[in-house]
Design a protein around this ligand. Structure first.
Ligand code: MG
Length: 254
């Protein structure tokens, strides 16, 4: 029996194996190759170029789609191997984004201990980081207050020590839901992730896999507890184990 589903996975801490664990990714990729009915999407906080370089060393099976920049862009793989941004999604995100946020003057009003992430220049997202001596959630609240006072209708998402200012209602979940409704993609949608910016993805998926070594737990606010499992194996091995438990297919795990 062939498996048919839409598999949406985060990259860092999720799909990309830790050092010495490449074999588990090969096992997961063997499942994809044996089941062409599985459509793969990577959903990452990285830009497309950063994501492509991050996967170059370990990933053999490329996805059909990329959700990048925490859900503010979608790319489709073309027949020639290139990547094309989804113009309809780009227009929708753009319509919700205040370009003034990208003004150089933001440095003047960011909360204490919050600065721009160096080398991240996404057009529809403001990527910030919080200095190690500051509380991330307090910094996020201070930033929300400042943005509200300035009349900016945006979301602030805290992930680890990073703060992402995103167009209102735009995140990995919005992008995955857009893909699911605008393309003929199979169901169920199965999401895999390990951190706060994956929770929106879990909320739109039919089944979700929280990575074994995620700092979050299944009771973290927003987790769809009835539709999420915690993996027992690390990285791709954990994803493979849960996928196999959701199906009847068996592949050799090397
Ligand atoms: Mg991650």
């Amino acid at each position: 029996m062939s498996i048919s589903l839409h598999l949406v996975s985060d990259l860092d801490g999720t799909w990309i194996p830790s050092e010495g664990n490449l074999g588990s990714l090969r096992g997961l990729e063997a499942l994809l190759v044996a089941n062409p009915g599985i459509v793969l999407t990577f959903a990452t906080g990285r830009s497309l170029s950063s994501a492509l370089s991050a996967i170059a060393a370990s990933v053999n099976v490329l996805p059909q789609h990329f959700v990048t920049d925490v859900g503010t862009a979608i790319y489709h793989r073309m027949e020639d191997g290139g990547w094309a941004e989804d113009p309809e999604y780009a227009t929708w995100v753009e319509s919700r984004w205040d370009t003034h946020l990208l003004d150089e003057t933001i440095e003047g009003w960011l909360p204490l201990g919050v600065r721009r992430q160096p080398d991240v220049f996404a057009p529809r997202r403001l990527a910030l980081e919080v200095e190690s001596d500051q509380d991330v959630h307090r910094a996020a609240e201070a930033l929300r207050t400042i943005l509200k006072e300035r009349g900016m209708v945006v979301d602030v998402l805290a992930t680890g020590r990073c703060l992402d200012v995103l167009p209102m209602g735009v995140d990995k979940g919005a992008a995955a839901a857009f893909l699911q409704t605008h393309l003929p993609l199979p169901r169920p949608m199965v999401a895999c992730g390990d951190s706060e910016n994956d929770i929106a993805l879990f909320q739109v998926a039919d089944h979700s896999i929280l990575m074994a070594d995620s700092p979050l737990d299944l009771k973290f606010p927003g987790m769809p507890q009835e539709r999420i499992l915690r993996a027992s194996g690390l990285g791709p091995l954990g994803i493979l184990q849960v996928l196999l438990s959701l199906t009847t297919e068996r592949v050799e795990i090397r």
